[in-house]
Ligand binder design. Structure first.
Ligand code: MCU
Length: 417
C-alpha cells in the first residue's frame, strides 16, 4: 500500500529525530488563548510506516491511543491530541516548524508586519488590517486566509477587526507544480515536508506571535478568530487545529481537506456522487505533503489512521463554526459527518455547545447568506466578545437522520479532570 517518502519526524535513515523543545503553556479555557501547542512536551510517538497501517472502515476512534487503550481523563487528551497532531503532520500535512529563533514586527491601524529569521535567513510579510467601526481597542480580530468571506460589515459593527493574511505568498497554491514555493520555503527549503496549508498555519502563528508581543494596544491577541472560504477554508481549519491561541475557527465551504471526512467522501464518490476525494484534492494543489495522495487515495483511504473529525477535534474545546453550502463537489454530507463526529470530542471535553455545523443551501459559493447570520453572531459573541449566544447548531439539508451516526462505531467517554 505504498511507503511514505520525505520523512520529517524521522531522518533519512529512519532514525528518530529528537522532539522539539517544549514551549511553555497550560491548556486554556474555551475561547481563552493559551500556548501555540500545549502538548509540545508530550513524548513523540513512533508512527508506523504506511504499509503497516491497518484497515479502518468507519471513522477512527479519536479516544484510542496508539498503544490501543482508550483514554479516560482530560490530561490524557492533551497528549492524545498531540499524537493526533503528529499523525496529521506525518501522514498528511508535513511538519509545522516551531516558532523560529527570531520573530519580530509591528502592529499599526492598517497593517501588521512580520519579520522572521531562521538559520541566518530572513523573510518578511505583512497583513492588511481593517479596524472596526464599533467597539474599542484593543479589538478582537478575525484573520482571513486571503480574506474573510463572512459578513464583514457585521463584524465591523461589533468591534471585530479583520486581518487579511496573504497566505498564498507564504505557501503557493497555483497548481501541483507550485509545491515548495513561497516565503515559508525560502526560509525552510523547497523540499520541506510542510504542505502549503501547513505553511499558511505556520504564517498565522507568526502573525499571532507579533500580535501577542505588540504594545500598540490595537488588537487583542487573546480574542482571535481565523476564517477562509473554500480552499482557504481548508487552510483556516488547519490553522485553528495547529495553534491553540486561536479562540474561534470558522472554515467556510471548506470541502475535501477541510471539514469533510475523507472516508465518507470516498464512499460517496464510489457510489457515483460528484464529490471531491482525497486523491483528487491531493492532485489539484500542494495542500498536503507530497506522499499523501499516492499513499492514501482511492480504496487506500481506509488505511489513513485518522480522519478529519480528528483534525476538527484538535480545535476542541475552542469555538468552531463550520459553515457550508449545498454544492455536491464540496461534500456537505461528508462535512456534516466529519463535524458530527468531531462534536463527540467536544462532548468528551464537556463542551458540545462549542462546535456547530450550519448548511441551508440556497446561495452562491462563498457568498455569506443572511440565514447564517444568526449562528455567526452567536459564535462571535461567545468566543470573541465574551457574551452569551446560542452556539448549539447542527443544520444539514443533506444528511438523512442517523446517516452520520452510522459512521461512528465507538462510544464517547466523559473525560474526568
Ligand atoms: C472547496 O475548495 C476548492 C475545491 O477543493 C477545489 O476542487 C476547487 O477547484 O476549488 C474550490 C475553491 O477553492 O473554490 C474557490
Amino acid at each position: 500500500n505504498g511507503t511514505l517518502s520525505g520523512f520529517a519526524i524521522y531522518s533519512e535513515n529512519g532514525e528518530f529525530v529528537p522532539p522539539p523543545p517544549p514551549e511553555p503553556g497550560v491548556p486554556g479555557e474555551p475561547g481563552i488563548a493559551s500556548a501555540e501547542n500545549t502538548g509540545a512536551d508530550c513524548p513523540v510517538p513512533e508512527l508506523p510506516v504506511a504499509s503497516e497501517l491497518p484497515n479502518i472502515d468507519k471513522l477512527p476512534d479519536p479516544f484510542m491511543t496508539l498503544e490501543g487503550e482508550r483514554i479516560t481523563t482530560e490530561e490524557q487528551w492533551r497528549c492524545q491530541r498531540q499524537d493526533t497532531f503528529w499523525q496529521v503532520q506525518y501522514y498528511e500535512a508535513g511538519n509545522k516548524p516551531n516558532k523560529p529563533e527570531v520573530v519580530s514586527g509591528s502592529v499599526a491601524a492598517d497593517a501588521i508586519n512580520v519579520n522572521v529569521t531562521h538559520e541566518e535567513t530572513d523573510i518578511a510579510f505583512s497583513a492588511s488590517v481593517a479596524l472596526p467601526t464599533g467597539g474599542e481597542p484593543p479589538y478582537p480580530a478575525i484573520i482571513g486566509m486571503g480574506a474573510s468571506n463572512l459578513d464583514n460589515a457585521y463584524l465591523s459593527s461589533q468591534g471585530v477587526a479583520v486581518i487579511n493574511f496573504n497566505h498564498n505568498e507564504v505557501g503557493a497554491q497555483s497548481g501541483a507544480e507550485s509545491r515548495g514555493t513561497g516565503l515559508f520555503y525560502d526560509l525552510y527549503g523547497s523540499d520541506h515536508s510542510a504542505s502549503s496549508m501547513t505553511a499558511w498555519a505556520w504564517g498565522v502563528s507568526r502573525l499571532i506571535d507579533v500580535l501577542e508581543e505588540s504594545s500598540e494596544g490595537l488588537i487583542d491577541a487573546s480574542r482571535l478568530g481565523v476564517t477562509g472560504c473554500s480552499r482557504n477554508g481548508k487552510g483556516a481549519l488547519m490553522a485553528g487545529a495547529m495553534d491553540e491561541r486561536i479562540a474561534l475557527t470558522i472554515p467556510q465551504e471548506s470541502g475535501a481537506g477541510g471539514a469533510v471526512s475523507w472516508r465518507a467522501a470516498q464512499a460517496q464518490a464510489d457510489a457515483g456522487d460528484n464529490i471531491q476525494t482525497l486523491g483528487h484534492a491531493a492532485g489539484e494543489q500542494p495542500w498536503f505533503r507530497e506522499s499523501f495522495g499516492e499513499t492514501f487515495s482511492g480504496s487506500r483511504v481506509t488505511h489513513l489512521p485518522f480522519d478529519h473529525h480528528q483534525l476538527i477535534g484538535m480545535v476542541a474545546p475552542r469555538g468552531l463554526l463550520v459553515i457550508d453550502n449545498d454544492i455536491d463537489w464540496l461534500g456537505p454530507k461528508a462535512a456534516y459527518i466529519g463535524t458530527l463526529a468531531a462534536k463527540e470530542i467536544y462532548r468528551a471535553l464537556g463542551a458540545p455547545e462549542n462546535i456547530a455545523y450550519s448548511e441551508n443551501g440556497g446561495h452562491g459559493h462563498c457568498q455569506f447568506p443572511g440565514h447564517q447570520q444568526e449562528v455567526l453572531a452567536a459564535y462571535v459573541q461567545r468566543f470573541l466578545l465574551g457574551e452569551p449566544g446560542n452556539t448549539e447548531v447542527m443544520n444539514s439539508t443533506k444528511a438523512e437522520p442517523g446517516e452520520a451516526e452510522a459512521w461512528i462505531d465507538w462510544t464517547t467517554p466523559s473525560l474526568t479532570e
